[in-house]
Design a protein around this ligand. Structure first.
Ligand code: GRF
Length: 216
């Protein structure tokens, strides 16, 4: 029985594309059954439609409160009967009620090495902090923003003359390798969580080291 993956986006959807590509190429026992965006103009929606995927907008600006938006989003998600939600560049903070409804079945990709640089503008903050490594984290979503159990992390170098744009691009390439790796493990039931720590059932490496960034 094929696992039903629902993907939430807010923007260009490059992580969505990486996920769909991996699901097809690796013949996952799963399929992306729909894409929901909180932004009507998200470019990822057009890409999804071209792929023949079901798409929907739940525009957060159309709701008077965060709770009302979360409730509408929950209804929209439930219609797809998802087994797994993937937040792929989804830029809304989901409330406790939503997260608890899908506890343990929501995966997010964040463009930093958590717990460092939770929240926004991670690349600018990393450069300002003078750190020498950066990267991305895929984690389970809990009610605390960007703090759920870490599934996998990808490390890239911060280079001497990096701009925010340059670092963002290098991290984004890493995300495109990391998110499909982690979701592939999830859909094959290869992840175990004990005491807030995630392990791969067969001890696969939960890290990617991309010295010059991910392969193009
Ligand atoms: C990614 O860097 C993601 O980590 C962050 O926003 C970006 C979304 O990119 N939340 P895309 O929409 O998947 O191309």
């Amino acid at each position: 029985m094929s696992m039903r993956i629902l993907v939430l986006i807010s923007g260009r959807g490059s992580n969505l594309a990486a996920l769909v590509g991996a699901a097809r190429a690796q013949a996952w026992p799963a399929q992306v059954v729909g894409v929901i965006s909180n932004r009507p103009q998200a470019a990822g929606l057009a890409w999804a439609r071209e792929q023949g995927l079901s798409t929907q907008v739940v525009d957060h600006q159309a709701y008077a409160s965060r709770e009302a938006f979360d409730e509408a989003l929950l209804q929209a998600c439930q219609a797809h009967r998802p087994d797994l939600l993937v937040l792929a560049g989804f830029m809304r903070v989901l409330g406790t009620a939503f997260v608890q409804h899908y506890e343990g079945r929501v995966i997010n990709v964040h463009p930093s090495l958590l717990p460092a640089f939770t929240g926004l503008n991670t690349h600018r903050r990393a450069l300002e902090a003078g750190v020498k490594v950066a990267g991305a984290t895929v984690h389970y979503v809990t009610p605390t923003l960007d703090h759920g159990p870490v599934i996998a992390q990808a490390v890239v170098p911060v280079l001497a003359h990096d701009t925010e744009q340059g670092l963002a691009e290098r991290v984004l390439q890493a995300e495109h390798a990391l998110l499909p790796l982690a979701v592939g493990w999830q859909v094959r039931g290869e992840l175990l969580t004990h005491g807030g720590r995630v392990q791969h059932r067969h001890a696969a490496a939960q890290t990617l080291f991309l010295p010059e960034g991910a392969p193009r």
